[in-house]
Design a protein around this ligand. Structure first.
Ligand SMILES: Cc1cc2nc3c(=O)[nH]c(=O)nc-3n(C[C@H](O)[C@H](O)[C@H](O)COP(=O)(O)O)c2cc1C
Length: 168
């Protein structure tokens, strides 16, 4: 076994600390493994293109969810509201049973979490290797927002929070 060089370790920590200043959105990406639902908490996702409508998600190469999506080429994106912090924590765990006790409905044949701020279903066009992660470039086949404009769940300085508009 080889130790991580100090220079690399400190560069990783510097990147982590710098990126912790970014207030990120939080979503649960889902897929079906046969009939079994699987999901993973992510903050590395974004809108990519309007014509055609596309989104991107970055997943760790070790992710179980990534292995499922490589087979099925489809995923759901449940954008979380501030009231869904329990889901963010539950789906950041490892294991095959993360959906145990969590209600979901099939939508576009993908697991959808009721009460989410937004729902997108997407089909992967391209897998882009990026270091220890893989970026999924995917076209959206469905997109819907919840009524009532729920406050978003955010992740900033390693804590969950939400967005507050400024008085301007
Ligand atoms: C706020 C937050 C954001 C996260 N963002 C990502 C992400 O963008 N990509 C990723 O691969 N993992 C991310 N993770 C870590 C995964 O949720 C975690 O490693 C999970 O156990 C992976 O599960 P899986 O192997 O079943 O896919 C995040 C975790 C948290 C708490």
């Amino acid at each position: 076994m080889t130790a991580t060089p100090i220079a690399d370790a400190s560069a990783q920590q510097a990147l982590r600390d710098a990126m912790a200043t970014v207030a990120s959105p939080v979503a649960v990406v889902t897929a079906l493994d046969g009939t079994r639902p699987h999901g993973t908490t992510v903050s590395a996702f974004a809108s990519l293109s309007l014509t055609p409508p596309m989104i991107l998600v970055s997943l760790d190469n070790q992710s179980r969810l990534l292995a499922i999506i490589r087979r099925t080429r489809r995923f759901g994106l449940n954008v979380l509201g501030r009231h869904q912090i329990d889901l963010a924590t539950a789906f950041a765990r490892t294991g095959r049973d993360k959906f145990q006790g969590i209600p979901w409905t099939p939508s576009e044949d993908l697991p959808r979490l009721p009460g989410s701020a937004a729902w997108l279903a997407a089909e992967v066009d391209t897998y882009v290797p990026g270091g220890d992660h893989t970026v999924l470039l995917a076209h959206a086949v469905a997109a819907e927002r919840a009524p009532g404009n729920p406050n978003p769940l955010t992740y900033h300085q390693r804590s969950f929070g939400t967005h507050t508009p400024l008085d301007t």
